[in-house]
Design a protein around this ligand. Structure first.
Ligand code: HEC
Length: 195
């Protein structure tokens, strides 16, 4: 992706300015970020599936509301990175709202999907120069699965109890109307790059 980053620098120029060791380290960082995102996806998916089986969507709401932020917070502490879930159509504005870099990458994921690339394993990482310093940033696409539409599908198809709960808790909800196979959002990982 050829993107202008918040600082206004061109990414290619930034990479050229990095010391050689830092550039060499990126494939390793990408691999580690990819693995963390996949582990997160698996853990969340498993928790959701079980909650859906045991108590249906009303029970599973708790997984997406309470467990997901807890799991991302734990991963952040363990790894020393910032790990979040974001979407251009977010449900929770506090936790799910993407920053400008994330918005661009999400749009790029949409175009890559439109061109026929599978969302499974779709990711993107680069070094970004921000006012606070240099960061390695990585995002991994989250595809909408069959079980997600119970809470992220078209509003008129949601179970009435779920719809009510969502309307009560998230009056500014934008995360409905998804179909299986749509891009639901992405895991976003940010780590400082020390010089
Ligand atoms: C039982 C209801 C429910 C199901 C099923 C569900 N979600 Fe969610 N989802 C929520 C709720 C509630 C939130 C808001 C969580 C919060 O407050 O941070 C959310 C938030 C998210 C977010 C964070 C971005 C945002 O919109 O705020 C992503 C990404 C997400 N869900 C993906 C999925 C995926 C992928 C699936 C299927 C594997 C799924 N969800 C299934 C209820 C659900």
């Amino acid at each position: 992706m050829k993107s202008t980053i918040p600082g206004g620098f061109l990414v290619a120029g930034l990479l050229a300015a990095l010391p050689a060791w830092a550039a060499e380290e990126m494939p390793e960082r990408e691999q580690a970020a990819k693995e963390a995102a996949s582990a997160l996806m698996k853990e969340l998916g498993g928790e959701l599936k079980q909650a859906m089986k045991e108590g249906g969507p009303p029970e599973a709401v708790k997984v997406c509301t309470q467990k997901a932020p807890r799991i991302t917070a734990r991963l952040s502490r363990e790894r020393g990175w910032q790990v979040t879930r974001v979407s251009n159509d977010f449900r929770n504005p506090l936790l799910g709202m993407p920053d400008p870099w994330e918005q661009e990458v999400l749009k790029e994921f949409e175009s890559r999907a439109e061109e026929g690339e599978s969302l499974k394993g779709m990711g993107y990482g680069e070094v970004v120069n921000e006012p606070e310093g240099k960061f390695y940033r990585y995002m991994q696409a989250i595809p909408t699965q069959e079980m997600c539409v119970a809470c992220h599908g078209p509003e008129d198809q949601l179970d009435p109890t779920v719809r009510e709960t969502l309307q009560e808790r998230y009056p500014h909800d934008r995360a409905t109307g998804f179909q299986p196979g749509d891009l639901r959002g992405a895991f976003s990982i940010k780590q400082p790059v020390e010089e």
